[in-house]
Design a protein around this ligand. Structure first.
Ligand SMILES: NC(=O)c1ccc[n+]([C@@H]2O[C@H](COP(=O)([O-])OP(=O)(O)OC[C@H]3O[C@@H](n4cnc5c(N)ncnc54)[C@H](O)[C@@H]3O)[C@@H](O)[C@H]2O)c1
Length: 285
């Protein structure tokens, strides 16, 4: 499928590289931007590794792989995103940086370009308000790993146009993903509904009702793919803690969202799950 439509991605990290791959796989011509050549090369390496695995499994031919790769153009120049009709921002989770980037980008791209942010926890409304046209800014929240996870939250900021949202829903479908429209509330839908799943797990263990392995096992037997502790080991205990803090603060310290002290201690001790080799299931914890 060759759409030849230009789309931009800001940030070549975990999510940005995954989103660029999804776009290229769906036939878009991608401008992938990051601060430096080094970051861009690392992003491309991640993409290449994932494509190699697909090829080894026989799910992608060499020709298809080459074609996908050829659709991804690396650039440290924001100006190269000028022709893009869609830009998805996936840089580091900092409001000031995201606001500044969109402010700059708006001056470069055309008036019809939709600017999307992949933020997990920041206010889409606040990011959008850094631009002169917040009506064409919205959240497109992909899940990790972006090439695999089907769900994308389509988040309307306070001033996002209805048409922008409708276009985004269609756009997400062209990527073979399932769009879910949500409003700009802390944690959107998925991260919010996941709070009791994770936090009650910590409380059960803290109150000695069950241990971590029991909680995980019982939830798996109830139909969940993973229990909260094994899931946190996979996604990063720090990432999950940041989401907990963000939802708690976003709802003005609503008690039911209060993070657990054990989460903070684990982050402070560097026990972040699989990525550090220490997490809920290592001897140290
Ligand atoms: N990791 C996840 O599981 C996940 C899931 C969904 C959404 N998100 C969101 O996606 C976005 C990116 O997350 P990620 O995990 O890919 O992060 P990451 O740290 O892997 O990548 C961030 C990228 O931003 C780049 N960047 C661009 N401008 C920068 C600047 N001024 N300062 C610092 N870095 C800058 C960095 O070079 C880096 O390549 C965040 O908004 C995050 O909340 C993450």
């Amino acid at each position: 499928m060759d759409r030849n439509l230009p789309a931009g991605v800001l940030g070549a990290g975990t999510m940005g590289s995954g989103i660029a791959q999804v776009l290229a796989y769906s036939g878009y011509d991608v401008q992938l931007w990051d601060l430096s050549k080094e970051q861009l090369d690392q992003g491309m390496e991640r993409i290449q590794k994932r494509l190699d695995r697909l090829r080894e499994k026989g799910r992608l031919s060499q020709a298809e792989m080459d074609q996908i790769r050829s659709r991804i153009h690396l650039t440290p120049q924001l100006e190269d995103l000028a022709p893009c009709e869609w830009v998805i921002e996936a840089v580091v989770e900092r409001l000031d940086i995201k606001r500044d980037l969109l402010f700059q980008l708006e001056k470069i791209v055309g008036k019809q370009t939709v600017l999307a942010t992949n933020t997990s926890s920041l206010s889409v409304t606040s990011i959008a308000s850094s631009t002169n046209h917040p009506e064409r800014v919205l959240g497109l929240h992909f899940f990790n790993p972006a090439p695999v996870m089907p769900l994308v939250e389509v988040v309307s900021g306070m001033r996002t146009d209805v048409e922008t949202v409708q276009c985004a829903v269609q756009f997400v479908r062209t990527l073979g993903k399932d769009p879910v429209k949500v409003a700009d509330f802390p944690g959107f839908l998925v991260n919010r509904i996941a709070r009791p799943f994770h936090l009650e797990g910590y409380r059960l263990v803290g109150e000695h009702v069950a241990d971590r392995a029991q909680v995980d096992r019982i939830l798996r037997s109830a139909g969940f793919k993973m229990g909260p502790f094994e899931l946190q080991d996979m996604i990063g205990i720090d990432v999950n803690y940041a989401a907990s803090v963000s939802v708690y603060e976003g709802f003005f310290h609503e008690p039911r969202y209060r993070p657990h002290i054990k989460q903070r201690l684990m982050v402070e001790s560097g026990s972040l799950g699989q990525k550090t080799g220490r997490g809920h299931y290592s001897r140290e914890e």
